[in-house]
Design a binder for this molecule. Structure first.
Ligand SMILES: Nc1ncnc2c1ncn2[C@@H]1O[C@H](COP(=O)(O)OP(=O)(O)OP(=O)(O)O)[C@@H](O)[C@H]1O
Ligand SMILES: [Mg+2]
Length: 263
């Protein structure tokens, strides 16, 4: 975006994370720096265990960095905040609340109450095709359905920055494609800053403006690829030559890291 000033939304500044485990110190992240701009959709890919979730948890304020820092709107992150909403890799629903009440919880946090909260909750549940299960409890749902409730709750919270950790990972291919399209449409409309972790290279390319490739442990940023495919994007975009070219380029780098892990 030459000549256009862009607002910095998130700054990840030289983050290092060391876990102290029974078998000694484990460096999960080392020297991770990344600037994420307002309205940007960033996808992060990398082998299992490279520190993707750890990085997301540090941005969310759920985990401290051992050194380095994360800034959101120029302010150092020291804990969780309503400016950053999270969809966890393992859906985290309140088991004692119904599906609808789980979503209403996010709305109530924002001061939306009563009938309005109920109606909005149903609208967000419709986005993930779960209106019929509004009065069920999480334990009555499948893994993929629980994950969709968690996604509806994150959308309802309407945070400035959406942090999503493999949100579609537990879903069947069809639902996954449907939710990708839904997220694309939402993002094209609202342009909310998004930090999205996935193992699926196709998903990373179709959704994002930049794909961050992380290296095997200790997690570092290996490369950042600009996705110069114009919006609006649809599932058909996945068939275009430029898409396939980018897919090859990203996949070969990711694959190298998978091989590193298996050594
Ligand atoms: N609380 C913890 N205590 C000790 N080690 C941890 C802790 N959390 C994560 N780790 C370790 O840090 C490394 C990075 O874990 P992380 O969950 O961030 O990986 P990931 O890239 O999200 O993997 P996946 O793709 O499988 O979700 C792993 O080796 C993991 O064992
Ligand atoms: Mg993870």
């Amino acid at each position: 975006m030459a000549g256009e000033a862009r607002d910095l939304k998130l700054k990840i500044d030289n983050v290092r994370k060391v876990f102290h485990t029974r078998s000694g110190e484990m460096v999960a992240l080392n020297g991770v720096s990344l600037d994420i701009y307002e309205n940007e959709f960033i996808c992060v890919v990398g082998p299992s265990g490279c520190g993707k979730s750890t990085l997301l948890n540090i941005i969310a304020g759920l985990t401290d960095a051992t050194s380095g820092a994360v800034y959101c709107n120029g302010k150092a992150v020291t804990g969780t905040g309503t400016d950053r909403g999270v969809v966890f890799q393992q859906y985290a629903l309140f088991p004692w609340l119904t599906v609808k009440k789980n979503v209403m919880f996010a709305l109530e946090m924002k001061g939306i109450k009563g009938k309005q909260a109920q109606e909005l909750a149903m609208q967000y549940l419709a986005k993930v095709d779960l209106e019929k299960f509004a009065d069920h409890y999480p334990k009555e749902l499948s893994g993929g359905m629980k994950q969709r409730v968690a996604i509806a709750r994150a959308y309802a919270a309407d945070p400035e920055v959406l942090l999503m950790d493999e949100p579609f990972g537990a879903l069947d291919a069809q639902t996954r494609t449907q939710l990708q399209s839904e997220l694309l449409e939402t993002w094209e409309r609202d342009r909310k800053t998004c930090f999205f972790i996935t193992h699926d290279v196709d998903e990373a390319i179709i959704l994002s403006q930049r794909v961050v490739i992380m290296s095997a442990r200790p997690g570092r940023i290996k490369d950042i690829i600009d996705i110069d495919i114009p919006y609006p994007r649809t599932q058909e975009t996945k068939m275009t030559p430029r898409f396939l070219e980018l897919k090859n380029r990203i996949w070969s780098q990711v694959y190298q890291e998978y091989l590193e892990v298996r050594k």
